[in-house]
Design a protein around this ligand. Structure first.
Ligand SMILES: Nc1ncnc2c1ncn2[C@@H]1O[C@H](COP(=O)(O)O)[C@@H](OP(=O)(O)O)[C@H]1O
Ligand SMILES: [Mg+2]
Length: 306
């Protein structure tokens, strides 16, 4: 985008202009996409916080994982907005898939997890997120993650960098001022590595953390783990367990834009579009910078500092 147009767009976002009736936009214009999505993201965040405070009844999906009315209401809000914003772009959404949707192959598509961390949400832990990712040719190129309990918003913007903003949920219905601050990952200190862990992931990643001599492992839910690494608050997140593309696409886009990487165990970037495998991810590690380990490195890693 031309520099002046970029500045104008930035201003548009920073003064929080409400775009209720949004014309279809170019999804590669991240700033326009963010401005168009924010009202629905905020509405979804409000709905989730209301249910979170009151408590919700648990239902079981076909795969026996839990779902709540909050997941469904939030997803409906996001899908309604996205289908107006980008009517020609396919949307792959967690609860839609659970309800039997079987999207055909697409080169470009949105991935939506309206409530990532449902189990923790049910247990009253404020560690859930709203994830919206966009994939083109197998790569997660856009990410928006909102953490309703802390009102922290993380995005990739049109300049290719990652940003954080506060999106207040309280107040009147006018979208408040949202000002973005650029974020970047930190250089890892090999003697003080901080890892984030899913509580649902089991102990399969423990071996890697021991191998890397991680100083501190913090349990944390949802795609929040990617965001905290992107913001320089930790160094890695190893997931040797089941996740789906909607759990990781937005987080990977944000982390990569902040200077990090998300790799499979052989060190290749995690890719998207496994339409035939139900959007299941392989095991992966998210890193603040380049991978510190890949499969087969055991000997060299354990000899580090010897
Ligand atoms: N046994 C399990 N427990 C928790 N999460 C699981 C799981 N198996 C798969 N997952 C996936 O991991 C996500 C939660 O990750 P985390 O544990 O890092 O919060 C879930 O997203 P949803 O909560 O959106 O279903 C789900 O897709
Ligand atoms: Mg999820």
């Amino acid at each position: 985008m031309h520099a002046d147009a970029y500045a104008a767009r930035s201003k548009l976002i920073s003064i929080g202009v409400l775009l209720q009736e949004i014309p279809a936009i170019d999804v590669n214009d991240h700033d326009a996409l963010i401005a168009a999505l924010l009202p629905a993201v905020r509405d979804a965040g409000r709905v989730e916080m209301e249910h979170f405070r009151k408590g919700v009844a648990i239902e079981q999906k076909a795969d026996r994982s839990p779902v709540t009315v909050a997941d469904r209401e939030a997803e409906a809000l996001l899908l309604a907005a996205l289908s107006k914003i980008a009517p020609s772009v396919q949307i792959v959404a967690e609860e839609d898939i659970a309800a039997g949707a079987a999207p055909g192959y697409a080169r470009r598509f949105f991935l939506v997890d309206a409530l990532d961390g449902t189990r923790l949400f049910i247990r009253g832990k404020p560690e859930f997120s709203i994830n919206i990712g966009f994939v083109e040719d197998g790569r997660a190129s856009f990410g928006l993650i909102f953490l309703p309990p802390s009102e922290r918003l993380f995005v990739t913007r049109s300049d290719g960098a990652a940003y954080e903003a506060r999106l207040p949920l309280s107040g009147d219905d006018v979208l408040p001022d949202v000002s973005f601050k650029k974020i970047a990952t930190r250089a890892p200190d090999r003697d003080a590595l901080v890892a984030f862990n899913s509580r649902g992931a089991g102990s399969a990643s423990a071996h890697l953390l021991a191998e890397l001599r991680v100083a501190e492992a913090r349990p944390l839910g949802s795609a929040m783990k990617f965001c905290l690494i992107a913001a320089g608050e930790g160094d890695l997140y190893a997931r040797f367990g089941e996740t789906y593309e909607w759990d990781t696409a937005a987080g990977q886009a944000i982390l990569e834009a902040a200077g990090g990487s998300v790799t499979t165990l052989d060190g290749e970037p995690l890719t998207y579009g496994n339409f035939t495998r139900g959007f299941l991810n392989p095991y992966f590690v998210a890193w603040g910078r380049q991978p510190l380990w890949r499969s087969g490195d055991e000997t060299s890693t354990s000899k580090r500092g010897a």
